[in-house]
Design a protein around this ligand. Structure first.
Ligand code: FE
Length: 338
């Protein structure tokens, strides 16, 4: 035990040593890992001379790791997907506030908080089997509760952050009563008990096992861009609807990150967050996962996303999504959306 605490003390001494604090290093904990990441990080090192040490892992595992490492965590920046997870890191007090004029001017206000920032967006859309469901019957999320869809709706788990964030947005816009009505109707309409991820729902819709499902846009785009003939064939059966176009717009979720309170390299961390909002990084970041950049002036060419057509995006602040996560879970539990 003695040597253990001595080691910890030594680690703290090293990390807080002023000379070493100037080290040109950034320790990045990332739950994102895509093809374009190499270029994304190499470009930062080239511009700044700051070397990136990357720890990649699953979203919830990384969060757990940072929590367990506590004050001794070497992590400078945590990147992950979904407002629910970012909100959790915030609630655990892991992030430090970042005041950056650059981030404020580049990232729209509804896509940032005082301590974490969105760097790309995705929408949650309704996918349907063209032979089984009429698109006019599923123009809104609320339609997923329509008795017309009995035995046709498929979904991943209600506990999954993507569904919790969608439900949180519905609570924010329409209140808890309406949100619970929708959740209950979805459960009544289940074609099967929730299982698998969004890609599994799309495939089950294509196969006719489900008539309708909800999915993040990048899963749709990924299948649309597939070079596998069997997946191309599947997608011919699938239609996509942008929900709530005559009201709040399609629910938007994000990838994002923030600087950790215990970050040993705070200057490098802020530089890196600012870099992620630059034109070039925005393109890499969005392209890597078939998402959209958060910086309005940055345009990407993604034929699969473009093929889905223009849409109205919900402008609900990501902060509000975070605020209603717990209520969303209570509602899903109450109606048995497992
Ligand atoms: Fe995902």
């Amino acid at each position: 035990m003695k040597s253990m605490s001595a080691l910890v003390a030594a680690t703290i001494a090293v990390l807080s040593h002023p000379a070493l604090a100037q080290e040109k290093i950034l320790n990045l904990y990332s739950a994102r890992h895509y093809q374009t990441d190499e270029a994304l990080y190499a470009n930062f090192t080239q511009q700044t001379g700051i070397k990136i040490n990357r720890i990649e892992g699953k979203e919830d595992e990384l969060l757990e790791r940072i929590k367990n490492e506590g004050a001794n965590s070497p992590a400078d920046v945590f990147l992950t997907v979904d407002a629910a997870r970012l909100a959790k890191a915030h609630e655990l007090g892991l992030f430090a506030p970042v005041a950056s004029k650059l981030l404020e001017s580049r990232i729209p206000a509804h896509l940032r908080t005082e301590d974490w920032f969105s760097f790309s967006t995705r929408a949650r859309v309704i996918v349907y089997n063209k032979a089984a469901v009429k698109p006019e019957d599923i123009q809104n999320y609320a339609d997923l509760a329509n008795p017309k869809l009995k035995g046709k709706f498929c979904s991943r788990s209600g506990s999954h952050p993507y569904n919790l964030s969608l439900m949180a947005s519905i609570i924010a816009h329409q209140g808890e009563v309406k949100a619970e009505e929708l959740a209950r109707g979805m459960v009544t309409n289940f074609a099967r008990a929730p299982k698998g991820g969004d890609t599994d729902q799309i495939k089950a819709v294509a196969a006719g096992e489900c008539g309708v499902a909800i999915s993040n846009t990048y899963y749709v785009a990924r299948l649309l861009r597939s070079t596998k003939p069997e997946e191309q064939k599947l997608m011919e059966q699938v239609g996509v609807v942008w929900p709530d176009q005559s009201s709040n717009g399609a629910h938007i979720n994000v990838s994002g990150g923030g600087m950790l309170k215990t970050a040993p390299h705070k200057d490098a961390a802020v530089k890196f967050l600012e870099y992620l909002a630059s034109d070039k990084a925005q393109t890499y970041f969005a392209d890597g996962n078939n998402e959209w950049p958060v910086v309005a002036s940055v345009k990407i060419a993604n034929p699969a996303l473009d093929s889905l057509g223009k849409f109205k995006a919900d402008k609900l602040p990501v902060k509000n999504l975070a605020m209603y996560q717990a209520k969303a879970q209570i509602i899903f539990d109450r109606v048995g959306f497992k």
